[in-house]
Design a protein around this ligand. Structure first.
Ligand code: NAD
Length: 337
């Protein structure tokens, strides 16, 4: 069994913890938190051993009547792999601690690509992270773009990707984020950072991205134009994408017209927290004009990186190849809508 610790138990950390628990080959050593909030209370209710992330604040757990299993250093020492899901920039600071205990670590998309050995997407470049010590699971948007790019490149070749990313202003719980009532080019200069980030997965891909932020919390929406190297029929592209386990091509008759109904659907099928691990591509939007492909896809920012974190755990421990890992992760989570 792979012993996994989670440092940073917020939006991403708590989802990774639940996903680790669901794996047949993994055991959750525990989760580290800075303070005894509602998420700490839930961790305890789930029987997840809780470790204090900051020594000076460890007493706060005691004061709140929450028993801790120890300090984060003990969690790191006891784990075969640490998943760092702290806010952007903190992971890099934590990397020295992981080195000290010789524990390989995964970081999230908010971290810089510069200090890690590899950036990770299971479908596109799993093997680059085998036996690596520091791996960054790329952001929700980069994950969504990489999953789509991989099969298109393999089947048709890609001349250029142009993507406009309409990004949610914040997650549902991020009450301090915005905009409240605006549509903000973000950044106003081109390209946005997403294109260069996708190149950490496909170094030679020609990709330009534009970003906007809107007052929404449910999902991101991508509008894509991919110029392929060869002409393609829309039905063939649709078949290709439907064959991908982490792409959900929305059937036309579902009558899902946006992120609101998508989230409703995820709740109706009983997804934990209403999560959608798959890219959601509108089948009707898949259009080709010669070599140009167009489509819309929605990305659930809080959850599409969760299966990727699970696969990255197997990559850094060299415990399965990409195909085996993706299959195990998909089966255990219940991937496929
Ligand atoms: P979050 O704020 O919801 O959770 C982070 C947690 O880490 C919080 O509970 C915070 O209290 C805790 N924390 C802060 N400092 C800590 C420390 N020193 N040690 C341990 N814990 C600490 O953030 P999040 O949304 O889960 O984002 C985490 C990472 O995942 C970021 O790099 C982010 O860019 C990336 N990411 C976020 C999303 C998203 O939409 N939320 C999507 C993909 C990737």
């Amino acid at each position: 069994m792979l012993r996994v610790g989670i440092n940073g138990y917020g939006t991403i950390g708590k989802r990774v913890a639940d996903a680790v628990q669901a794996q047949p080959d993994m055991e959750l050593v525990g989760v580290a938190k800075t303070r005894p909030n509602f998420e700490a209370e839930r961790a305890v209710a789930n029987d997840y051993p809780l470790y204090a992330a900051i020594e000076d604040r460890a007493d706060q757990f005691d004061d709140a009547g929450i028993e801790i299993a120890g300090m984060v250093e003990e969690l790191v020492e006891e784990s075969d792999v640490i998943v760092d899901a702290c806010p952007s920039g903190i992971g890099e600071q934590n990397s020295e601690m992981y080195d000290e205990y010789d524990t390989p670590a995964l970081y999230q998309g908010g971290e810089s690509a510069d200090f890690v050995d590899a950036s990770f997407n299971a479908r596109a470049n799993y093997s680059d992270s085998i036996d690596a010590d520091h791996v960054r699971v790329v952001s929700c948007n980069t994950t969504g773009l990489s999953r789509l790019t991989a099969p298109l490149r393999e089947e048709y070749g890609i001349e250029k990707v142009r993507a406009t990313l309409v990004r949610r202003g914040g997650d549902p719980a991020q009450t301090g984020r915005g905009p409240i009532n605006d549509i903000v080019p973000d950044p106003v200069t081109l390209p946005s950072h997403h294109g260069p980030d996708v190149k950490t997965i496909f170094p030679d891909l020609d990709i330009d991205t534009l970003g906007l932020k809107v007052p929404a919390t449910l999902m991101h929406m991508h509008s894509l134009n991919v110029t392929l190297e060869t002409e393609a029929e829309a039905e063939d592209v649709r078949d290709l994408l439907e064959d991908e386990s982490r792409l959900f091509v929305l059937p036309d008759h579902y009558d899902i017209d946006g992120a609101g109904k998508l989230k409703e659907y995820a709740q109706d099928v009983g997804r934990p927290r209403g999560d959608i691990w798959e890219n959601c591509i509108w089948g009707e939007s898949i259009t080709t004009e010669g070599k140009d492909l167009y489509l819309f896809q929605a990305i659930h920012q809080e959850s599409d990186v969760i299966p990727e974190n699970i696969d990255a755990i197997r990559a850094v421990t060299n415990s399965a190849d990409a195909e085996e890992s993706i299959e195990t992760t998909n089966d255990s989570l219940g991937m496929g809508l």
